[in-house]
Ligand binder design. Structure first.
Ligand SMILES: CCC(=O)Oc1c(C)cccc1C(=O)O
Ligand SMILES: [Ca+2]
Ligand SMILES: [Zn+2]
Length: 316
C-alpha cells in the first residue's frame, strides 16, 4: 500500500495475513519486502539511543503525525536510494547481494538533551538525529539518506579508510552519489541545514568554499581534526565531479561537461573496481581515468574531461 503520507508509491506493509509473524495484522509498518532484500525497514529510537528502536506504525496507513513523517522521509529515501543503485548501476542493495536495510530515526546521543545534529551509517544500519532545530531540522532529506547509504556501499566495496585522503574520498563519494540521487541541485543538506536560513546548504559541490571546504589540492587541510579533514578535503573531489557534470573553466583549466550520466558511471566503476582502502587523491585520479577508459575509450572526450577536471583541482 502506498505510503499515503508521502505518495511516492513506496510499498509499505499493509496489515495482511502474509506478514512476518512479529508484525501485527491490521497495522501498517514502514517495512518493504517487495524489492529483493528480506526487508527495507524504518524504525524510531524515540529520542533515546538504543538501536534499532521500535517500529513506526499507523492504523490506517496515513503516516501524518510529525514523528511519522520523519520516519516516512527516511524510509522513502532509503527505498529511492535502493532503486537508484539497482536501476542505474545494477547493484542490489549496498552490498550487491540484497542485504536488508534498516534505518532508525529520532536517535539522540544525549537523551533529553538537544536533538542530535548528525546522521551516520554505523556499519550495520543508518541512524538519523532530529537536529536541534537551529543547526539542523530532522536529517532525513533525500540527499542525506543517499549520503549515508553510500557510506554502506563504500564500506562493502572499496572500504576507503575514514581518515586523511582516503577518508576525504569516502566523504566525497557519499556527497557525489547524494547529488546523483537527489538530482535537484549540486548541494547536500539544503532542506534540513539551518532551518532559520533559506538558500544555504551543508555542502556545495559547485562551490565547496561556500561550505568552508577547499576546492583545490593546494588548499587541502593537513591537520588532525575531523579524522584528518574527511569532511573538509572532500571538497576537492566534489569539485572534480561537479566540473565533470557541469563543465566550466576553473583556475585556468577548462573542462568539457559530460553530464551526470557519465559522471555517475565513471565514479561508480572507479569506486567498485579500482579504489581500495588506502586510495588517495592521486589514486582516485588513476581509478576514474581507468574507469572512463573502460567505458568510453582512453582517448575519449569523457576520459579527457576526467583528466581535465582533476587537473583543475590540482591533482595530476
Ligand atoms: C550529508 C550528511 C552528512 O554529512 O552527515 C553527517 C553529519 C550531519 C555530521 C557528521 C557526519 C556526517 C556524515 O555522514 O559524514
Ligand atoms: Ca540536494
Ligand atoms: Zn559522510
Amino acid at each position: 500500500v502506498d505510503g499515503s503520507a508521502n505518495g511516492t508509491g513506496t510499498t509499505l506493509y499493509a496489515g495482511t495475513t502474509s506478514i512476518p509473524t512479529f508484525l501485527s495484522q491490521g497495522t501498517y509498518y514502514l517495512y518493504d519486502t517487495t524489492r529483493g532484500p528480506d526487508y527495507i525497514r524504518t524504525l524510531s529510537a524515540n529520542g533515546q539511543n538504543t538501536l534499532p528502536g521500535s517500529y513506526v506504525t499507523d492504523a490506517d496507513n496515513n503516516f501524518s503525525a510529525s514523528n511519522q513523517r520523519i520516519a516516512v522521509s527516511a524510509h522513502t529515501g532509503a527505498v529511492q536510494v535502493f532503486d537508484y543503485f539497482k536501476g542505474t548501476h545494477g547493484r542490489s542493495s549496498y552490498d550487491g547481494n540484497n542485504a536488508s536495510i534498516t534505518s532508525t530515526v529520532s536517535y539522540d546521543d544525549v537523551p533529553g538533551g538537544d536533538g542530535y545534529n548528525n546522521a551516520f551509517w554505523n556499519g550495520q544500519q543508518m541512524v538519523y538525529g532530529d537536529g536541534d532545530g537551529r543547526t539542523f531540522s530532522p536529517l532525513v532529506e533525500l540527499d542525506i539518506v543517499a549520503h549515508e547509504l553510500t557510506h554502506a556501499v563504500t564500506g562493502a566495496s572499496a572500504g576507503l579508510i575514514y581518515q586523511n585522503e582516503s577518508g576525504a574520498l569516502n566523504e566525497a563519494v557519499s556527497d557525489i552519489f547524494a547529488v546523483m540521487v537527489d538530482r535537484d541541485d549540486y548541494r547536500v543538506g539544503e532542506e534540513s541545514y539551518t532551518p532559520g536560513t533559506s538558500g544555504d546548504a551543508l555542502r556545495y559541490l559547485d562551490d565547496p568554499p561556500a561550505g568552508d571546504q577547499p576546492d583545490h589540492y593546494a588548499d587541502r587541510y593537513v591537520g588532525s581534526q575531523d579524522n584528518g579533514g574527511v569532511h573538509i578535503n572532500s571538497g576537492i573531489a566534489n569539485k572534480q565531479a561537479y566540473l565533470m557534470m557541469a563543465g566550466g573553466t576553473f583556475r585556468g583549466q577548462s573542462v568539457q561537461s559530460v553530464g551526470r550520466g557519465v559522471t555517475e558511471k565513471v565514479w561508480y566503476r572507479a569506486l567498485t573496481r579500482y579504489f581500495t582502502a588506502s586510495t588517495n587523491f592521486a589514486g582516485a585520479r588513476e581509478g576514474t581515468l581507468q574507469a572512463a577508459a573502460d567505458l568510453y575509450g582512453a582517448g575519449s572526450s569523457q576520459a579527457r574531461a576526467v583528466a581535465d577536471a582533476w587537473a583543475a583541482v590540482g591533482v595530476g
